[in-house]
Design a binder for this molecule. Structure first.
Ligand code: NAD
Length: 351
C-alpha cells in the first residue's frame, strides 16, 4: 500500500527523523524541504527515499550533521570550497550563495566544492542561480558504489555523475537541464526488479559485460558474486560527459575520484565544479535575452511529432509535476515508507 501525503506533512515527518539523527531543527527543515521538492518535481529517486541512507551514513560517521562549508580559497572570481561531509542540501546552498555573490560582483565565478555529502537534485542549485539572472553550469561526480560502466568496459567504474545547465530566460520560465549521465537511475532498476519487469535494451550489461535487459544484474549479486552495470546515455558521448564530471567535479575540486574496489559505506559523497556567469556584466544581456527568447519560440512553434503533446524545454516537466503534486500530494510507495519509518526507529523516533 502506497501512502500519499501533502508536501508539508511529509517535510515535517522527515525533519523529525533528521533532528533525531543529530541535525538542528533549521538544518533538518532545509534538508527535508529539499528532498520533498525533489518528490514534488517528479524525481522520487532523489526525494525522501534517501532518508534511510542519510541516517545510516550519519550513524557510520560518513555524513556530519550541522557542518558548514569551509573556504580554502577565495580570490573573487575563483572559490575553492570543502563541504566537510555536511548535508549537501546545506553546504551546497551555502556554496551557491558565496559563488553567486562573487559572480554578480565580478561577472563570473568558478567554484569548486569537494567533500559534500549527497547534493541531491543538482537542478536546485541552477534554480537558485537563474532566479538571480545568472547562467549556471554544474559538473558533479559521485563517490559511492560504482554502478556505471565506461563505454567498452565490462564493469561499473564510476557513479551516475550528473550534469546540469541553468539559463535564465527573460519573461519566461528558465531552461534547467539536469540529468544523470547514466542511461537511467539505479533506483529505477530496483523498482523494475521488484516488479519483475525487463528494461530497455542498451540500459545494462551483466556481470560478464554482455548486454542484458534484466534489472536484477545491478540489484542482486550475480553467480560470481559480482554485479552488472548501468550504461551511460548516448553511448560514447554520454560516457565522455561522465568522465568529464569525474575529472571536473572529482579531481579538479580536490574532493577525489573513484578508483578503488566497492565498499559497503552508505555515505554518498559528491564533488562539484560550478561555473556562474552574469550576462549583465558580459555586455550581451540585451541580445542574449532577445535571441534566447526567439530561439525558444522557434522550437516551441514547430510541428509536434505524433505521440507528443508539445515541444518542451528542459525544466518544464519538473515545473508541471510540481503544480500537480502540490495539490494531489506526494505518493511514497510502501517499501520506501517502511524504510523511512525503520530509519526513524534507528534514531529513536517512535512510529
Ligand atoms: N547528487 C547526485 O549524486 C546525483 C546523481 C545522479 C542524478 N542526480 C539527480 O537525479 C535527477 C534525475 O536525473 P535523471 O537523469 O534521471 O533525469 P531525467 O532523465 O528525468 O532527465 C531530466 C532532464 O530532462 C529534461 N526533460 C525531461 N523530459 C523532457 C522533455 N520531454 N522535453 C525536454 N526536456 C525534458 C528535464 O527537464 C531535466 O532537465 C537530477 O535532478 C539529477 O541532478 C543526482
Amino acid at each position: 500500500m502506497s501512502k500519499t501525503l501533502q508536501a508539508q506533512d511529509l517535510q515535517t515527518q522527515v525533519a523529525t527523523i533528521l533532528v533525531a539523527a543529530g541535525s538542528t531543527p533549521a538544518e533538518a527543515d532545509k534538508v527535508a524541504a529539499n528532498l520533498v521538492l525533489a518528490n514534488l518535481s517528479g524525481h522520487d529517486s532523489h526525494g525522501v527515499g534517501m532518508v534511510p541512507r542519510y541516517v545510516d551514513a550519519v550513524l557510520e560517521g560518513g555524513l556530519t550533521p550541522n557542518a558548514a562549508v569551509k573556504v580554502n580559497l577565495d580570490i573573487g572570481t575563483m572559490l575553492a570550497l570543502d563541504g566537510q561531509r555536511g548535508y549537501g542540501q546545506v553546504v551546497g546552498e551555502q556554496a551557491m550563495r558565496l559563488g553567486m555573490e562573487r559572480a554578480k560582483q565580478h561577472g563570473s565565478c568558478i567554484m569548486t566544492l569537494g567533500n559534500a555529502h549527497h547534493l541531491g537534485r543538482i537542478g536546485h542549485f541552477a534554480e537558485m542561480a537563474v532566479a538571480e539572472g545568472l547562467v549556471s553550469l554544474h559538473f558533479v561526480n559521485v563517490l559511492s558504489r560504482p554502478v556505471v560502466a565506461p563505454w567498452g568496459g565490462a564493469d561499473g567504474r564510476f557513479g551516475t555523475n550528473p550534469c546540469c545547465i541553468g539559463v535564465p530566460l527573460q519573461g519566461k520560465e528558465p531552461f534547467i537541464l539536469d540529468f544523470a549521465t547514466s542511461r537511467v537511475a539505479q533506483g529505477k532498476m530496483r523498482v523494475a526488479h521488484n516488479k519483475g519487469i525487463q528494461v530497455e535494451p542498451g540500459t545494462l550489461i551483466d556481470e560478464h559485460g554482455n548486454p542484458t535487459t534484466d534489472p536484477g544484474v545491478v540489484v542482486v549479486p550475480q553467480s560470481n558474486g559480482l554485479f552488472g552495470a548501468l550504461m551511460t546515455f548516448g553511448e560514447h558521448k554520454g560516457y565522455g560527459m561522465a568522465v568529464a564530471c569525474e575529472l571536473l567535479g572529482g579531481a579538479l575540486s580536490g574532493g577525489g575520484t573513484w578508483h578503488r574496489p566497492t565498499d559497503q559505506a552508505r555515505a554518498v559523497v559528491n564533488g562539484m565544479l560550478t561555473i556562474l556567469i552574469d550576462p549583465r556584466k558580459l555586455g550581451t544581456q540585451e541580445k542574449f535575452a532577445e535571441e534566447a527568447d526567439a530561439f525558444v519560440n522557434w522550437l516551441q512553434n514547430g510541428p509536434v511529432a505524433p505521440g507528443f503533446e508539445a515541444v518542451q524545454i528542459a525544466g518544464e516537466p519538473e515545473r508541471a509535476t510540481r503544480v500537480v503534486r502540490k495539490v494531489e500530494g506526494v505518493t511514497v510507495d510502501d517499501q520506501t515508507w517502511q524504510e523511512i519509518l525503520a530509519a526513524g526507529k534507528k534514531v529513536g523516533v517512535a512510529t
